[in-house]
Ligand binder design. Sequence first.
Ligand code: DXP
Ligand SMILES: NCC(=O)COP(=O)(O)O
Length: 246
Amino acid sequence: MPKLGVNIDHVATVRQARKTVEPDPVWAATLAELGGADGITVHLREDRRHIQDRDVRVLRETVRVKLNLEMSVSEEITDFALDVMPDQCTLVPEKREEVTTEGGLDLIAHRDRVLRCVDRLLEAGIEVSLFIDPNAKQIEVADSMNVHAVELHTGQYAEAVDVETQTRELDLLFEAGEEARTRGMLLHMGHGLTYLNVEPIVEIPGVSELNIGHSIISRAVFVGMERAVREMKALLNPPLIMANDV
Ligand SMILES: CC(=O)[C@@H](O)[C@H](O)COP(=O)(O)O
Ligand SMILES: NCC(=O)COP(=O)(O)O
């Protein structure tokens, strides 16, 4: 059974919409752990649109399960990671204007830059995972970098608009998963996974970690809505205290 890394970025997205202190992703991490999360994932973007440096530092002190920092191959963020020392760093591509991560890291085009970053993290004793598309050539380059894991980008599978495309994308994930496993790398997957599309992914042999964020945070908003409204109503209409109650 794969482990579940819960990505809490979008708790911070709501907080940053008002630049206030709530909701705090640190609380979200604690509750996710109580719910059985095997890991907490955060993506410290270069533009700091959601997760902030403070969040990662506090999470390093409070998270008891695996702390996975998703990060771009930037020197500034690598320095930060080496200072905070998460259990795992997952290197991802990043574009300022994108709404969310649009594809895997191209290890062929950016080999030297990625390798410099990987080497610094490995030397410090941090586990390294590379977020890549399900492609044998990318996996071969990842293997040559001695990383612990690859995280296969499931976005194309998740966004497929018809069954044919979805089946083709799933086949690619099965094939790439086999390639990574036979090379001895840990197999992680993530992006765009939901309550409706995750089950076929769990069937992929050897998949050891799934990172899921947006769908879990979206559901959490609704499963908590009724109680949140009831609690506010209770403040607006406090129960009457009868004379003989006191
Ligand atoms: C690497 C990956 O697939 C993502 O989870 C990524 O961290 C998404 O970034 P946002 O949280 O900004 O959408
Ligand atoms: N690496 C994938 C991840 O952390 C979560 O992605 P998503 O579920 O928010 O799309």
